[in-house]
Write a protein of this length. Structure first.
Ligand code: HSE
Length: 412
């Protein structure tokens, strides 16, 4: 029998308890031995809850119990999670976590301790919720030179953008519903400002390069500036706006970024709606691969955590994860080539000559009910070239990237 402890009885922690209890026979069968939840750690009390009898408030009870071989950390945030996880690993207990903040900030160090102790630090649920992408990158896509990963990695913002486009919901209504459904972070600014997706693309980039990607160096824009008017223009252009996290090898080096991007119908991520997440991976010999599914929420995330628990019980020795502490050098997003959608105040007659001077030929667009302004889409150009023109454009209201260069072969 394997005994485990769950740190944190919030959305994911209670989901882990529920998944183990609901699927106990399957979980035990796949682990090769029965799995018992011996402790749940939380500061709060849960009178009448099934975990009441196994609830502890003192982490040392878990740390000092030699029977506990796997610790599940689902508290979120870097501290005290980092101290607890490090302590467990140093005591020879494997750790499974859904905590992307912890993994993005301390991944290489915790992986190294697990390697030295010949145990495991698993973090499948930290990216893509229930979608198996971490293990795929670590164990399956290892024969390829990965050239690109693009993903919808934040369920909250994808849910919000979908509802705003399809139902005409306002930003605040969409966010409130995503919070009520248990998708959003405790501090939802991490979702809407792009930091959650940023940490996730940093984790994936570290895994496929083997070097540490400092998430703070990843160019990050959230969805807070996307308005109902932008969505109207996107509809006219038959495009959908998604918060995309991408990491790609360019001639100038590896570029990682998070930003709202307008996608064409032919883009593999165009139809990924609601809370669903998807990760598009392109390898030099594999070509494209898509991973698609439930990206956030209690049970999908808990499913990935429990699969890690099963893997930790089955693999009593360390499963190698290549993610060194050497920092990965990221190149500037300025070199990435794509089109840009721009909204500008005034009329086409008045503004187009200057626009053509700055950007070359563009195609213009108007949106129903939007007056006193128009939009245009540039040809494919580097972000640096675009910015030079945009800075000189009088009356510019906003700009959104347009990804029309999947596989970088479609220029014009
Ligand atoms: N807040 C995150 C999301 C939870 O919306 O995707 C899953 O990481």
């Amino acid at each position: 029998m394997a005994k485990i402890a769950i740190l944190g009885y919030g959305t994911v922690g209670s989901g882990v308890y529920e998944v183990v209890k609901t699927n106990q026979a399957i979980v035990d069968g796949n682990a090769g031995e029965s799995i018992e939840i011996k402790y749940v750690l939380d500061l709060r009390d849960f009178p009448g809850d099934p975990v009441e009898k196994i609830l502890v408030h003192d982490y040392d009870v878990i740390l000092n119990d030699p029977e506990v071989s796997v610790v599940v950390e689902v508290m979120g945030g870097v501290e005290p999670a980092y101290t607890f996880v490090k302590g467990a690993l140093l005591k020879g207990k494997s750790v499974c976590t859904s905590n992307k903040a912890l993994v993005a900030a301390k991944g290489p160090e915790l992986i190294k301790i697990a390697r030295e102790k010949d145990i495991n630090f698993f973090f499948e649920a930290s990216v893509g919720g229930g979608i198996p992408i971490i293990r795929a990158l670590n164990l399956c896509l290892t024969a390829d030179d990965i050239e690109e990963i693009s993903g919808i990695l934040n369920g909250t913002t994808n849910y919000m953008m979908t509802k705003m486009a399809d139902e005409g919901w306002e930003f605040d209504e969409a966010l409130k519903t995503a919070q009520d459904l248990g998708y959003a972070e405790k501090n939802p600014e991490a979702d809407i400002d792009g930091w959650d997706a940023c940490r996730k693309i940093a984790i994936l980039t570290s895994l496929y390069t083997g070097k540490n990607t400092d998430y703070e160096k990843v160019y990050t824009e959230g969805i807070t500036k996307i308005s109902a008017k932008d969505i109207k223009y996107a509809k006219e252009l038959k495009l959908r706006i998604k918060l995309i996290a991408e990491s790609q090898k360019t001639d100038e080096g590896l570029v990682a970024m998070v930003a709202p991007i307008m996608l064409k119908k032919s883009h593999p991520l165009y139809n990924v709606d609601g809370v669903l997440n998807a990760v598009y991976v392109r390898g030099n010999v594999l070509g494209p691969a898509m991973f698609f599914g439930s990206g956030a929420g209690k049970l999908p995330t808990a499913s990935a955590v429990v699969s890690d628990v099963i893997a930790a019980v089955k693999n009593r020795h360390n499963v190698e994860v290549v993610w060194d502490d050497e920092d990965l050098k990221l190149s500037s997003v300025g070199s990435v080539r794509r089109s840009f959608f721009v909204r500008v105040s005034g009329s086409e007659d008045e503004k187009l000559p200057k626009i053509k001077e700055l950007f070359g030929e563009v195609s213009t667009v108007t949106a129903p009910g939007v007056t006193g302004e128009f939009g245009f889409v540039t040809k494919v150009m580097s972000e640096d070239e675009f910015n030079k023109g945009y800075e000189k454009l009088d009356g510019a209201i906003t700009r959104i990237r347009v990804d029309n260069v999947v596989n970088k072969q479609e220029e014009n």
